[in-house]
Every structure is written in structure tokens, then in C-alpha cells.
Design a protein around this ligand. Sequence first.
Ligand code: SF4
Ligand code: SF4
Length: 443
Amino acid sequence: MTTRSHKLLEQIKTAGVVGAGGAGFPTHLKLNAVVDTLIANGAECEPLLYKDKELMRLYPEQVLKGMELAGETVGAKRSILGIKSKNHDAIGNFKRLFGGTVHEIFEMGDYYPAGDEYVLVYEATGRLIPYGGYPLDIGCIVSNVETILNISLASLGIPVTEKFITITGAVTNPMTLKVPIGTLLSDLIEIAGGVSVEGSVVVLDGGAMMGSCCDSLDKYPVTKTSGGYIVLPADHYLIRRRNQTTSEIKQIGQSACDQCSYCTEFCPRYLLGYHIEPHKVMRSLGFAGERDDFWGKYAVNCCECNLCSLFACPEDLDPKQACVRSKRNLRLKEISYTPPTSELSAHPMQSHRKVSTSRLIRKLGLKQYDRKAEFVEQTFQPRTVRIPLKQHVGVPAIPCVTIGDKVSVGQPIAICPDGSVGADIHASINGRVTSIDKDIIIE
Ligand code: SF4
Ligand code: SF4
């Protein structure tokens, strides 16, 4: 690795850059590797979310610069941007900028889950990540486009203090915006013109497919890994599905699953050739002990994309939850998993059985909320930010400020302990530290 690359890794560490697409892995550790292919992941696939699409449309130069820096650091010979064909404006920008460079555009269809690393790497390179492995195992590094943009900012000495975010669903003005990290969900909803429906609402943090319910609007802050929020009436189908108890899921699953295997036939990991069959995992619901473990092994390669539960199953059962439960059981019992073969090849129907985003939106009951959430430049400054000490993979950062301290934007407020996996955290507004526990509050 060159001196320039070492310097960049140090700058990325100091800036607190982590995977912005949801994973939160510290970027200085991810890029400390040698691979032949860098893939910038712009294949945002959660329905209704626009943060990556808008970021690529508006900041293509920074994305290109980040790709150049990251590609040089890991020694990549290929540098690919994975982006959906429907993003015409952004693609036009990149075609203009990429001309005569080593960077390539890989256009993808509008389907879910196009942004899953296993799917993206296979589609862009034809390579399949080995069982339980990472892109690194086959010479690839995948980084979300916002992470790539943050790499370019880090090279200028600018730390991660802001986040692109989409706020959509039952709000007056769905939008994508850039806000200080730690901004509260209640503030985001206010910026978006408030809730647009009568009655109580619930917010899905992270998207319709993989997001989780927020139970309080004042408690949840934007973090370095947030992608978007969907506000929905509390009685919406997606909220009712998430509110089912574990025993309801188990009882209904036991009695109503007719083993049609649609859940397996649509599973993106099964279609890539991995040893996963959620319909067999459903059989584990009726068993305890060894039989439970036997069926549970068909869950190990589940990425929890939720396609089986929210799209494929005609009975509205929850094979994804059955997979989550089985994986947890196997872990608790320390039962190791060996795939039946290390050979992998995609299913012959893989390219024909992709689930289009428009079909998914209809199935999820989101058609009425399917409005473009364009980027809105705004000057909103929250009065309070709540900044979690753990927004990343690894150990929580250690506060380096005390209650009462005055801080300014970009100042380090918590540091990753030496030799640990983690990331530094910076103040996102000017103000005074008023509380420190698992979050630092600045007002
Ligand atoms: S799709 Fe539903 S009913 Fe069919 S096997 Fe899967 S869980 Fe059972
Ligand atoms: S959640 Fe369902 S569809 Fe997705 S990987 Fe797991 S089993 Fe397959």
C-alpha cells in the first residue's frame, strides 16, 4: 500500500466514516485490503426511498472522486458503479464523468433486493460469494455510494456529521434531505410538513422491507447508517404484520403453511444457488429439539430480506421470522453448519424470477405513498441532537467531552478505543453537551 493510501485510511478513520448503507462497518478497516474490483453500491432497492438516487443525481463528482480514492487504495483494476437503469439523470452525469476513465456503469433492473451485496456482486461480476463469506473472499469490495461520497469528504478533512435521508409515506411533503446526525425523527416529520393522515401513525426506520418500527418519535435519531423513514397509519398492513407476536407467527405458521414452497421459489439467495429453503424451515415450527435443528439448517443463508414473508407467501405467513428464529436457535446451541457442497451456481430461473419494485409496492399496500421524494435543500438546524455512541459495527466510542462542554460542528466528541473495531464520532451542531449515557445529547 502506498504512503498516499495509508494517509487516506488515516483520514477516513479520523473522519469516522462507516458503511452508510445500513451495515455500519468502519470504512478504514474495509479498505485496508487488496482486491481487483471495487463496486460502488447505488442500487438502492427499498421501495419509496430515494437518498442514494438523489445523492448520485446531485453529487456525481464527489462520488467519482470517492471511487478514485477507494479504488486506488485497494489496488482495484475494475471500478464499477451499480445503479438502476431508471435513474436516467444520474446515469447521464456518470456517463459524462466516466468517459475515458477506468470507471464503469453497471445498469440494473428495478427489482428487489438489487442492493444486496450477494446479488450485486453476482450481477456485476458473475462471481458468487462463498457460503457465509464476504465480497472480499472473491476479490471485491462493495461500498454504498454515500460511504463513497464520505470518503471523498474525508480526504478533504471533513468528518461525517450529516446524513442524507428520505422521509416519506403519510407526510405532507415526502422528501430527501441532508440533516445533522442525531436529528430526531419528530423534527424530520415536521420538516416534511407533518403527518398527512388522521389517527396514530408508526414509522418504519430503514424501509418497508427490512426496516423496524419506531415506537416513539422523540426518541429515534438519524444515525450514520440511517437510510429513510416511512410514516404509516398504525393499522397499515405492514405495521400489522410487524406487530404479530412470536407465538402468533408460530401458531398460524404451523397450522396454515401448505408447503407450496413459493417462499423458496422467490428467495433471492435460493435463486443464487445457496442452500436455503424457507418452506422447509417452516416445518421446524412444529418440532422441538433435534428435528427443529434439522429443518433449521435450511435458514442459515437467509439475509432477512423479507421477500418470502411480505411478497411470496400467499397465506401471509412469516417464513423470514421462522428463519431468524432457526438461525438464533442454532447459534444458541452452538450447532455449526456445513453447506452440502462448496460448488455454487445460480438457479436457471434466477434472472426471470426477480420481483419488480412496482409489483412489490402494490403488494405492500404502498401505492398511495409512491411519490418521488426529491432532494430539498434546507437550512433546518435542530435545537437538540441525540448522537448514539454506537452507530457502527464494533465497540461503542468512548466520550471525550463532559456534560457542560461547548462543542462545535466537526469536533470529536467520542473516540474509538485504540486497537478496537469502531469509529470516532463528531458533534453535528454547535451547542453544549447536556447528557452522556449511551447517547450524547447536544443542545
Ligand atoms: S409460501 Fe407460505 S404457505 Fe407456501 S410454503 Fe412458504 S410459508 Fe408455507
Ligand atoms: S428473508 Fe426469505 S426470501 Fe429473504 S433470504 Fe431469507 S428466506 Fe430468502
